[in-house]
Design a protein around this ligand. Structure first.
Ligand SMILES: [Zn+2]
Length: 196
């Protein structure tokens, strides 16, 4: 029923994280019925492929390699922030609260998916820390099981190098109502309390 080329497009789109078959179908039909968007999408994909590079130092995506964050002389060389994905790096940059360097793992350890330390560039990170002058590594990974497993392994590997290893505070989100919080979050918030 679906023409073969359109079916191919739907299958390709469905591989995009968060899309799935139904959304891929909607996106494909929308693009086909809005030719001006299709043309722009074609051009954007080509440009992004031609003009962006993966930074060989931190794995960020940028116009140059090394990226502008790795080469910025105004940034602090003593702190390194480890994140899972490039989008996490962007989020921390938007906060304006961090001025050190980054390392993007590109994934998390996962026993179920068979993802081990070598798959997410942990050896590269350890080499970078060993060769560099970092005094502190901030582990900014998600609070889920895989994030915490990865954080635990990283701290085990980094601490013997004489590096201070820290993690993001866990607790109440801004504007949160205490009686809506789950026990785990409240527990972390209490443990991580600070003096005024
Ligand atoms: Zn970089």
């Amino acid at each position: 029923m679906i023409p073969e080329p359109l079916e191919d497009l739907i299958r390709t789109l469905a591989k995009v994280p968060g899309l799935g078959r139904r959304s891929a179908q909607r996106a494909a039909l929308y693009l086909l019925t809005h030719q001006e968007h299709l043309g722009k999408l074609q051009a954007d994909l080509q440009t992004v492929q031609l003009k962006t590079k993966t930074c060989s130092v931190c794995s960020n995506i940028a116009m140059e390699d090394p990226c502008h964050i790795c080469t910025d002389p105004k940034r602090d060389d003593s702190t390194l922030c480890v994140v899972e994905e490039i989008a996490d790096l962007w989020a921390i940059e938007r906060s304006g609260a961090f001025s050190g360097r980054y390392h993007v793992l590109g994934g998390l350890l996962s026993a179920i998916d068979g993802i081990g330390p070598d798959d997410i560039g942990i050896p590269t990170l350890l080499k970078r820390v060993t060769d560099g002058n970092f005094a502190e590594v901030i582990i900014a990974l998600s609070a889920g099981v895989d994030g915490q497993t990865t954080a635990h392994l990283l701290s085990q590997k980094l601490q013997p190098l004489g590096i201070k290893v820290t993690a993001l505070a866990k607790g109440l989100p801004m504007g949160a109502e205490i009686d809506y919080m789950d026990e785990g979050t409240l527990n972390f918030a209490l443990q991580g309390r600070k003096s005024f």
